[in-house]
Design a protein around this ligand. Structure first.
Ligand code: T3D
Length: 264
């Protein structure tokens, strides 16, 4: 039987998905796209899961599209339909991660290149090992950043750094990525697993529904006026205010006890 391209593990309420094609730095094949999407759907549907971690097996996080995947090879001299691959696989993947009902942490254990870098940046919080790096490798093969790169990069680091990273395709060390605000935190390699699990456990104990709504609100606020963003906040706050987590959060505060959140 073929080795799974995504390993799935659960510890308490934290689901960890490990991209598992280490010989090619966990680059994406169509098979891995399928298994990853199925794993994301399963985590979204499982009410016992309250935080998701995505990491890579071996020395890399993900090297983007597997450039040796037969699906990428020309057929009868015709170039592969790269646009169709992006539309059918990378777009749903990015949107699925961005709409998960629970917080998603990318635990970047090594190089994250091409769509692998932008897949990590789609996640809510990115922790990276000090030896890890981020590479917008697309320009080196005549493409533009995909998997959300053209949207994410300027929003995370501004136009000047976004264009510099995308045009040069230079390797950005994790420490510099943290300084630029591209990622949440860079930690010593030996501390990555524990730091990731501590963060995931903390987020798993928080009100998932409010965290997912926070992500949505921030994403949707980008093109809005302040007035529209304030109205959207009021609408979302109205929904959350009628939920069990708000009642529980306030009751726990007043009773000086830890809250137990359940909404998703
Ligand atoms: O359909 C579409 O194509 C559209 C979608 C596009 C999305 C994209 O992601 S486009 C960008 C694709 N990715 C890249 O261009 C990155 C290619 N990889 C690299 O530039 C380098 O491997 C790294 C900088 C990421 C790491 O370098 P290094 O020196 O640490 O490792 P290495 O020796 O290059 O790679 C180790 C092995 O992984 C090697 O195999 P081998 O020689 O040991 O058998 C290498 O060929 C393989 N590998 C790395 N990246 C890929 C890959 N194999 C297939 N596809 C890859 N992307």
């Amino acid at each position: 039987m073929a080795e799974p391209t995504v390993l799935i593990a659960t510890q308490c309420a934290v689901r960890t998905l490990t991209l598992n094609r280490p010989a090619s730095l966990n680059s994406f094949t169509l098979a891995m796209h399928g298994e990853l999407m199925a794993a994301l759907e399963a985590a979204a549907a499982d009410a016992s899961i309250r935080a998701l971690v995505i990491t890579g097996a071996g020395r890399g996080f993900c090297a983007g599209q597997d450039l040796a995947d037969p699906a990428m090879a020309p057929v009868d001299g015709q170039a592969p339909d790269v646009g169709a691959v992006v539309e059918r696989h990378y777009k749903p993947l990015a949107l699925r991660v961005r709409s998960m009902p629970v917080p998603v942490i990318a635990s970047v254990n090594g190089v994250a290149a091409g769509a692998g870098a932008n897949f990590a940046l789609c996640c809510d919080m990115v922790l990276a090992a000090r030896s890890a790096s981020f590479i917008q490798a697309f320009s080196k093969i005549g493409l533009i950043p995909d998997c959300g790169g053209t949207w994410l990069l300027p929003r995370l680091v501004g136009r000047a750094q976004a264009l510099g990273l995308a045009m040069t395709g230079d390797k950005l060390p994790a420490e510099r990525a943290e300084q630029l605000g591209l990622i949440w935190q860079c930690v010593d390699d030996a501390a990555l697993a524990d730091t990731t699990m501590a963060l995931a456990t903390k987020l798993a104990q928080m009100p998932s529904r409010a965290l997912a709504a926070t992500r949505r609100q921030i994403d949707e606020s980008m093109p809005m006026s302040l007035g529209d963003a304030l109205s959207a906040e009021a609408t979302t706050q109205g929904v959350l205010g009628r939920g069990g987590d708000f009642i529980e959060g306030v009751a726990a505060f007043l009773a000086k006890r830890p809250a137990v959140f359940k909404d998703r």
